[in-house]
Design a protein around this ligand. Structure first.
Ligand code: ADP
Length: 466
């Protein structure tokens, strides 16, 4: 059976209250035991009125009472104080009947202990008084001689009081247990609901308990966990989508050159009487298409390698200015051959970075080959290097046709091309920038496309300087 927290709390509170009552009873028993234990040593018990009373009150010896801090008074039948020694709480020589009655009835409530004894023969009251140190008045008084009906009535009244007391106790325990349990069950239920939703696949669920206790910590941990799961699921979905798109794009891109190769080979095999020129043309188409397919597969292989967990760079401390100058130097003959203008702004400083020079060179090569492939002759290609905030920034710009702003975020994804020129001659694999970005990231840096200011496009490589 499911045990509810609130019931458990109710039982716990009842047990605690009953234990408190038991403890209180025990305290009274102890108090009464202690009172009995010390009563023999208290002055009031050492000198009771019965011990010092004499028929002739003038013969009463009050010296020890007075020495112990007490007092002795004798009131005769005319309510006159005829004898007084030591402590005097009456404070008068003569009392009226009313005053004496008040004195007798209210003596219980005063902070004094009175032992009052009437001497029938001497016809006087002997009053022995001591100041009370501490007194706790609690007494259960009963008399067997009382009428049975009185007993019944008093018994029922006491039973009613006790019953009411326990009923109230149970009621308060119940209410209190509910309130206390609610402070735990409400946040617990909210967290349970959240967990259930999470299990059912709603990863956007978050819990807001508006508390500052340990539950708030649990709530934060839960929300963090939910956020992480949501992010992981998003990444997984995205990666699945990327993979699906990659396969789709790849099959699409491979289909054209492969069908073309197949078609021309079949033509060469079937068609007889073909001139040498015709044959050479067909063979050239076959060669170009196989080169295209080969390039696609090589670049895809490179991209997969960069993604693989086993991939690692062969990093070495490199003076980056000299290294970039060298690469730019290698680019010059190509740029001149394609009639491109160029400008290199590489400082003469000694700036070091950890580089896998072979891989890093691929970034510049890809950017340069793109600049030359997609832009018209006469385009100015600029390479500049600066250091900012301990980062080496290499900007590779051209003042060519540029890349549309809406593609800025996607251009680094595999198979994304600005003109979607899958079949055109300039159309590459669409993998060059993805490979370049992954290499930059593997170096702890990045490759980004800067917002298009004027003309052309600017790619920025960022690498941490050391
Ligand atoms: P590709 O193999 O198609 O060149 P990339 O990933 O290297 O693949 O480039 C993606 C696309 O970005 C290219 O198809 C091209 O449309 C565009 N692009 C890249 N660099 C430039 C540039 N310097 N100027 C204009 N467009 C560019």
């Amino acid at each position: 059976m499911k045990r509810k927290l609130s019931n458990q709390f109710f039982i716990n509170f009842l047990v605690i209250f009953l234990m408190t009552i038991l403890d209180t009873v025990l305290a009274f028993v102890l108090l009464s035991f202690a009172s009995g234990f010390i009563s023999g040593s208290l002055a009031k018990n050492r000198y009771p009125a019965s011990a010092i009373i004499k028929e002739n009150y003038n013969q009463i010896d009050a010296s020890e009472v007075v020495e112990s801090g007490g007092g002795v008074q004798v009131v005769d039948k005319e309510y006159r104080v005829v004898y007084s020694k030591g402590l005097d709480t009456i404070g008068k020589d003569k009392l009226t009947v009313e005053e004496f009655t008040v004195f007798l009835t209210e003596s219980k409530n005063k902070p004094y202990h009175y032992d009052i004894l009437y001497h029938p023969k001497g016809e006087f009251w002997l009053i022995v008084s001591f100041p009370t140190s501490i007194r706790l008045d609690f007494a259960l008084v009963y008399n067997k001689a009382a009428a049975a009906s009185d007993f019944m009535r008093a018994g029922w009244t006491i039973a009613f009081v006790v019953l009411s007391y326990f009923s109230l106790l149970a009621l308060f325990s119940f209410i209190y247990s509910r309130i206390t349990a609610a402070s735990i069950t409400i946040p617990l239920n909210k967290l349970c609901d959240g967990t259930r939703l999470l299990r059912e696949g709603d990863y956007s669920v978050r819990v807001d308990l508006r508390l500052k206790n340990e539950f708030a910590e649990l709530q934060n941990t839960f929300n963090d966990m939910a956020a992480r799961i949501e992010h992981e699921i998003f990444l997984r979905k995205k990666s699945e989508e990327d993979r699906r798109r990659l396969i789709l794009d790849l099959s699409h891109d491979l289909k054209n050159p492969m069908s073309s190769i197949q078609g021309y080979v079949e033509l060469l095999m079937k068609k007889s009487g073909m001139t040498k020129q015709e044959r050479d043309e067909h063979l050239e188409i076959i060669l170009n298409n196989s080169k295209r397919a080969n390039r696609l597969l090589t670049e895809l292989f490179e991209l997969s390698q960069l993604d693989s967990p086993e991939f690692s760079l062969k990093l070495a401390k490199t003076e980056i200015c000299e290294y970039i100058r060298q690469i730019c130097g290698e680019l010059v003959p190509l740029l001149e051959q394609e009639r491109f203008q160029y400008e290199f702004n590489i400082p003469e400083d000694n700036i070091f970075a950890m580089l896998d020079t072979d891989r890093f060179g691929r970034i510049i090569q890809n950017l340069a080959s793109n600049a030359m492939r997609y832009n018209p002759r006469g385009t100015l290609v600029t390479v500049s290097l600066t250091v900012y905030d301990n980062q080496v920034l290499i900007d590779f710009s051209d003042d060519g046709i540029g890349i549309p702003d809406h593609l800025a975020d996607h251009i680094f994804k595999p198979f994304v091309r600005a003109d979607d020129s899958r079949n055109s001659k300039t159309g590459g694999s669409g993998l060059g920038l993805s490979i370049a970005k992954k290499i930059a990231e593997a170096h702890g840096g990045d490759l980004t496309l800067l917002p298009n200011k004027n003309k052309g496009s600017t790619f920025r490589i960022t690498i941490p300087a050391i």
